[in-house]
Design a protein around this ligand. Structure first.
Ligand SMILES: [Zn+2]
Length: 65
């Protein structure tokens, strides 16, 4: 299993909305102290937290030369 420092995670089983966590805090700042599994970003999904996806997209745009 990969040991990711950031990625998408679902905070509890049954909650299908995934947040993007970095240093255990979500990019949308709504949830923190996440310790579960993280999935690397594989592009937009309908399960994504919209605020987290927006923050990630903004970062990706900024990273372009
Ligand atoms: Zn979020």
């Amino acid at each position: 299993m990969e040991n990711l420092t950031e990625g998408w995670g679902v905070i509890r089983p049954g909650d299908r909305r995934a947040h993007y966590y970095r240093d255990s805090f979500s990019l949308c700042r709504r949830v923190g102290f996440y310790v579960g599994d993280l999935d690397p970003d594989n592009g937009p999904s309908r399960d994504d937290c919209a605020a987290c996806r927006k923050a990630l997209t903004r970062e990706a745009a900024k990273a372009q030369p």
